[in-house]
Design a protein around this ligand. Sequence first.
Ligand code: AMP
Ligand code: MG
Length: 480
Amino acid sequence: MTLIFDNRYDALGERFYASLYPDPLPNPRAVIFNDDALETLGLKQYGLDDLLSFFSGNSVPEGAAPLAMVYAGHQFGGYSPQLGDGRGILIGQIRNKKGTLIDLHLKGAGKTPFSRMGDGRAVLRSCIREFLASEALHHLGIPSTRALAVTTSNEPVQRETIENASMLMRFSESHIRFGSFEYFAYTEQFDELRQLCDYTLENHFPQIVQNETKYDDFLCAVAEKTGSLIAQWQAFGFAHGVMNTDNMSIIGQTFDYGPYGFMEKFDPYYICNHSDDRGRYAFNRQPLIGHWNCQALAQALSSLTTSVAAKNMLQTYQDTFIKRYHALMCRKLGLMETIEGDKDLYEDLLDLMEGYGIDYTIFFRSLSQYHQNDDVGKITIIKSCADDFAPWFKRYNERLALESLDDNDRHEVMKKINPKYILRNYLAQLAIQNSENGDHSDLHRLYTVLKNPYDEQPEFESYARETPPWGQHLQISCSS
Ligand code: AMP
Ligand code: MG
């Protein structure tokens, strides 16, 4: 396999990583590949054997510079001074067909100097969960790292039970985290901190790299991306679950998928991570935690920035979040302009949905087919409480009367922001169970559905249904 590498991160020097090769999976098997991404990354020409060998760590193409990145981070509010890639390896950086620099990162690639007590491995269910969620978010239009392939083996690894060692090849423009900067700041390696900032600016924020106040501007640019990302999570009902600063991407992508969850019955207090006893990362705390994490980043960069930088960053974060969230929620209601009272309209709706435990995705999709002044009882998902929703619909109809689009045009717009298909936990769980038994067809089907979340896919109607009672309270293991 020949790939043209452009290993910029490797060029930073050994204080930024530990060089090492992956520990290959014995007798690997393919689980799922992302064919579209194989194409855009120039890998499509290779046969299954070559790809399988690469994605399972059995071969590393010439020119790669495999390494484990060092970083630190605030985990559940407390500072962990030494984290780093404990089981992931940045294989190398290549350019995609558009010329963008892309990290190829292999998760589950074996022990590294940062593994601490861990075995360096990943299990099949966690690789599949990351594959599905990162691709689902991407196809919803939410920034995310991407998934290229999952491979598995019979190598046993101990979690709650014995499971099969597996690997996920993921790709992204960057694997630099908020915690990468914290590491250099807290170890007082200030030259390296500056070097990392310059690297990030050059490669990911070229529009501000020449600015005299580039480090201040960098914080604001990160705040914008982060605020915008979290606004999208809130509007689409995505809970990350582990918003530690080492899981916060510096380029504002959804990053490091663990016990995440998509909102089903609307519940603002939703905690998807069962080990998050105090609900630090509950759904409705995500915007606040984003703010907290920005503050941690500003603190880490304080040796390079002016005295107003942190304040400006936090203000930018807040402004961006509020503006983006408001725009998204108005659009979900089919409102093209926003006027006073719109915020109350969607907030009151969310209160109602919470009170009656209404499925978030199905409700908004149904609303995307609602004709003005139609009978509320026709909306199946709120049929049993239609009378209680009626006063809200009266206000909604009055509001729609001020809009210029007719019903059909409004429906078209709404169907592009209110998905029909999301990754319901139980769907992922069923696909995982079958895959663990060697049948990947369910996984492949689910992946196909999630690639077009806004389209009607009549053959996959069942994937859009409300979660059955048995699937509503599945306990997802937090081990990975
Ligand atoms: P995570 O919770 O996946 O974001 O991981 C937090 C830290 O623990 C990171 O530094 C990971 O590399 C490390 N880690 C997680 N699982 C393992 C494992 N099985 N072996 C080694 N390190 C791990
Ligand atoms: Mg992590």
